[in-house]
Structures are given as C-alpha cells and as structure tokens.
Design a protein around this ligand. Structure first.
Ligand code: UD1
Ligand code: CA
Length: 457
C-alpha cells in the first residue's frame, strides 16, 4: 500500500519569528515557505494535500489557494501541538478514504520532491516512519534516542534528560513522517501533554508505537540541508542564503550570465533563459520570465513580469506584473505597475510610471510621466511631464492615444479622452475633449507680454 495523501502542519504561530505574520507565510526569495513544501508534494500528491491551519488561518488559506487551488484545509482552532494538529485532520483524512498519510511540517522550505522520493523508498513495511538528519548541534530539534542501537523514541529538546539518555547523538527528527491511519486512530488519543511545553507532540507516537509492537522506522536522510526547519529570523536567513546559492549555481550552469551573483536574488519559481544577462544587486521573483539576451541591470526589482529577448531593464527600475516585449528599453528609474505592457522597441525612461497601460511598438515615454488606464499607439511620442488624469476620486477612466501622435511636454489628459492618430498636442495643454486624427490641439492660456517689467527694487 503506498502513501495516499499528504498533510502539512501549518497552524503554528511561529513565536520565535516575533512577527504577526503566520510563520509559513514568511518568505524565502520572495515566496512563502509553505509554497515550497507544496511544490515538493505536488508530483506525488496532487489533489490529495491537506493543510492544518490555525494561526492566521484565513490568510494562510488565501495564499495557498492562489497557487494550489485544489488544496484541502482543516482548522486547528487552538494550537495545542503537532500531535493535536494531526488529530484535527484525522476525521477528514479518514472520510477521504486515506490509509496512510505523509505528514510534513510547513516550515521546511528547502524540501525537494527528490528528498520525498528518497524517503518513500525507505518506508518498507513500516506502520510509522520518520526522516532523521544528523546535525553538529541538535539545537531545538527532537532528539532520536536509540538504546544499544535500537530505536527507543523521539525526545523533544526541552524534555531531554541528559542523565537518562546521555549526550545526544546529533541525530534529530526532521519533521517528515509516514503514518498509517489505523495507528493514528489507536495511538493519537494516548498522546498527552505532560511535558515541558504542555503540548501534544506528534513525536510521542514513536515511543507509543514501539511499545505496542508496531513497525517503526527512522529513515536516515544524511546531513541533509533540504530538511532544515525554519523557526527564527536567523534560520530563515540561512535557508534563504542556501537556496539563493543553489538557484544561482544552477542558472550559471545552464548558461545565464550573472554578474555579482552573490547579490542576485532569483526565486526558483521564476524562469530565466540561458543567455539572459543579470547584474546584482537585484531581485527577480514570482512568476517572472527573463528571456534569452534580455538584460536586467543593477538595483532592479522584478516581480511576476516577463522580459522578452533583447529588452533592457536599466538600473533602479521596478516592475510588477508587467510585460516587456523584445528590444524595449526601460529605465533607469522606471516603474511598471500591474498591467503595463511595452511594445517591441518602445522606450520608457526615467521617472515614468505605467499602470494598466499598453505602449505600442516603438512608442516612447522618456521622462517624468504617469500613464494609467491608457493605450498608446505605435510610434507615438509622449513628452516629458505628461499625465493621464485617470481618477476622479471615485472611478477610473481610460485614455486612448492613437499611432504616431505627438504629445507636447507637460500635457494633462483628463480621462475619458481620445487623441487620434498623427494628432499633435501643444506643450502645457489640458486636454478634456477628444482630439481627431491629424489635428493640432492646444489647450492653454495664450501668453501675454505686458511691456517692460516694473522695477521691484
Ligand atoms: C518539530 C518536532 C521536532 C523536530 C522539528 C523539525 C514536534 C513536537 N517536534 O519541532 O521533533 O525536530 O519539528 O523541524 O513536533 N504546528 C501546528 N499546530 C500546532 C503546533 C505546530 O500546525 O499546534 C505546525 C507549525 O506551524 C510547524 C510545524 O507544526 O509548521 C512544526 O511546529 P514547530 O513548533 O515549528 O515544531 P518544532 O519545535 O520545530
Ligand atoms: Ca519547526
């Protein structure tokens, strides 16, 4: 009988993080920790993944559903310990016909499906199995106690009695278990909270199961960094540094050019093609895609954005959910907000902000401009200081500018408004009415020269 479902323990507060944010939502290279755990489970357990949530349950569920819409949730109202968390999930797992469940802590962000596959290989005919790693310092991990080489149980760090068990071996519990539901049903009710933390420990199942003659197995996963838990800011930083190194190493090996790679932070969920050229410090996260020969220069932040071939993102630019087509130039100091789409060979220069705006092929907005809820036709030039006034305090309105138009500097376009193809707008205009194709529009007070200036002195 193989494993049929996975249960992620994700209800804890993460007290040692000193943060209001639920621990499993703390990010590693821009992605919540729990996302890494779910990604590792995906191959083997798609459709059969349960999460126990509690602290910040709504927030955790909303986040999880954004990338795992078929996940199931169980609420652990009070966080009484990992054993209690599993007990909360038991009725649902049983109702779903699950006979054996893979249980995993939600705070193991470096986990990979490869490690889960290794673990599965070692299960044999066990009723209860858990993964162990050996650390130079067992720290706050549950210690594996073997008496004369025979597995005796897991003793949590706080409850470890040196006099009784001797110095710990360094072999610790990694927080990954495979358990038959029959065993859970029999033994979970026997787990008590008579320990230093006053919590119901999942790890007590091990000793109980051994006493009752169940087949229990500790599966050694070596000194495996993939199974390190994250409980504190320090551990989070360490996990992030390890992941950053391995992501960048893989990218370099695949042919991506990374300059100052130690300061390049790329999420493993982003796609970067060989031949892309990226200079640190910079951050590329979410579902970003950087194509071959695209360039991202230093001090850029790119999230959920696509940068096509030969496009160039110059220093200090900020992109979120933007699409930059090939050979477009962005920045320095540009801001592309969600829904910004830059046509091939278009330019967006310094201190230009775009939101829900499409720039046509070869169009240019090079200086000090805000374009929101707008379309700009191919070949159009947007002068310095142009603003689309898209918001009246209640609603947003559209601005449409045709092809090959020329918008003079310091123009305000009060939406909704249309400017036709080949139209020309004089500098300093406030455009409140549509401008037909090919027309010149000027909307500003006429200049008066009032004779010699008075001597103010
Ligand atoms: C746990 C193990 C420890 C192991 C370590 C590995 C127990 C008692 N101890 O310790 O043996 O070495 O993981 O990293 O299990 N959670 C709930 N509900 C709760 C409490 C916790 O869902 O009531 C979740 C947390 O959100 C977390 C996971 O369970 O994702 C583990 O809890 P945590 O408090 O981090 O346990 P550790 O002290 O790390
Ligand atoms: Ca932990």
């Amino acid at each position: 009988m193989g494993i049929q479902a996975a249960c992620v323990l994700a209800a804890g507060k993460g007290t040692r993080m000193h943060s209001a944010k639920p621990k499993v939502l703390q990010t590693v290279l821009g992605e919540p920790m729990v996302r890494y755990v779910l990604r590792a489970l995906e191959d083997q357990f798609a459709g059969n993944i349960w999460l126990v949530t509690g602290h910040g349950a709504e927030e955790v569920q909303e986040c999880v559903l954004s990338f795992a819409p078929d996940a199931h949730f169980v609420l652990q109202k009070e966080q009484l310990g990992t054993g209690h968390a599993l007990a909360c999930a038991l009725p649902d797992l049983k109702a779903a016909g699950v006979e054996r469940v893979l249980v995993i802590n939600g705070d193991i962000p470096l986990i990979e499906s490869r490690v889960l596959a290794d673990f599965a290989q070692g299960l044999g005919d066990s009723d209860l199995a858990f993964a162990t790693i050996t650390l130079p310092d067992p720290g706050a991990y549950g210690r594996i106690v073997r008496v004369d080489g025979v597995l005796h149980g897991i003793v949590e760090a706080k409850d470890y009695d040196l006099a009784k068990y001797g110095p710990p071996s360094g072999e610790v519990n990694a927080g990954l278990y495979s358990i038959s539901l029959a065993l859970c049903e029999e033994l979970l009710p026997l787990v008590d909270n008579a320990n230093k933390s006053g919590e119901y420990y999942i790890t007590d199942l091990v000793g109980l199961a051994i006493e009752r003659g169940y087949r229990v197995k500790g599966i050694v996963c070596g000194n495996n960094t993939a199974l390190l838990g994250v409980n504190s800011p320090l551990e989070l930083a360490q996990a992030e540094a390890m992941l950053q190194k391995s992501v960048n190493h893989a990218l370099l090996a695949s042919g991506v050019l990374l300059h100052a790679p130690e300061s390049v932070r790329i999420s493993p969920f982003a796609a970067v093609e060989p031949g892309a050229d990226i200079t640190g410090p910079c951050e590329i996260t979410g579902r970003s895609r950087v194509c071959q020969d695209a360039r991202v220069m230093c001090n850029c932040v790119v999230r959920d954005s696509t940068i096509e071939s030969r496009a160039e993102i110059r220093p200090f630019s900020h992109l979120e959910s933007a699409l930059v087509h090939s050979e477009a130039l962005v920045g320095p100091y540009a801001r592309l907000r969600p829904g910004a789409e830059l046509g091939c060979r278009s330019h967006v220069g310094n201190f230009v902000e775009l939101k829900k705006t499409r720039l046509g092929e070869g169009a240019k907005a090079n200086h000090l401009t805000y374009l929101g809820d707008a379309t700009v036709g191919a070949g159009t030039n947007i002068g310095a200081g142009t603003i689309t006034c898209n918001y009246d305090g209640k609603h947003k309105f559209q601005t449409h500018i045709g092809e090959n138009a020329f918008i003079g500097s310091n123009t305000a376009m009060v939406a909704p408004v249309r400017v036709g193809d080949n139209a020309l707008i004089g500098a300093g205009s406030i455009i409140t009415r549509d401008v037909p194709d090919n027309e010149l529009a000027i909307a500003r007070a006429r200049q008066k020269n009032l004779g010699p200036r008075r001597n103010l002195g």
